[in-house]
Design a protein around this ligand. Sequence first.
Ligand code: APR
Length: 171
Amino acid sequence: MKKLEVLKGDITKIEVDAIVNAANSSLMGGGGVDGAIHRAGGPAILEECRKIVAKQGGCKTGEAVITTAGNLPAKFVIHTVGPVWNGGQKKEAEKLANCYQNSLELAVKNNCKTIAFPCISTGVYGYPIAQAAEVAVAAVKAFLKENESVEKVKFVCFDDANFEAITFEAG
Ligand code: APR
């Protein structure tokens, strides 16, 4: 059964155990998918982000933290911080791969069987779409090969360019 699914849509509407948020290191919300998740999920998400920041400080690039999903159909939101594109010579690919890897590890630790990702870093952070798709799909496929417990990973693309790029990489 195909564990990888690619769809076009709004990740705040997706009913999976965990949706992943393309956050920033402050974890205090922002625009893009970060803004959409906090708006739709409500203040409970930010409250838990505040507690995490109080305990550990912010979230480093490539790292991930988990909170409630508040009013969203999902159970959890996994917040990860993607790399800002800086020409490709600053280990952006490695950091982006870490976002997917660490988010999936955290999802498994919290018994999540179904996870949805946005196309991390391809908006405000300017990561070229085709290159980001290649890194994202490779990282998820590598993880799925090692981890039986994950049943489904959905890439929820907000625009055609990302949808086509991820679909192409997913094969
Ligand atoms: N559902 C799914 N994907 C979405 C949604 C949504 N509701 N809204 C936006 N996206 C897509 C964008 O089209 C883009 O392809 O998410 C991808 C990531 O774009 P951004 O949200 O801009 O995130 P990113 O590029 O990782 O930049 C992160 O932006 O919003 C701020 O606080 C955030 O500082 C952080 C930065």
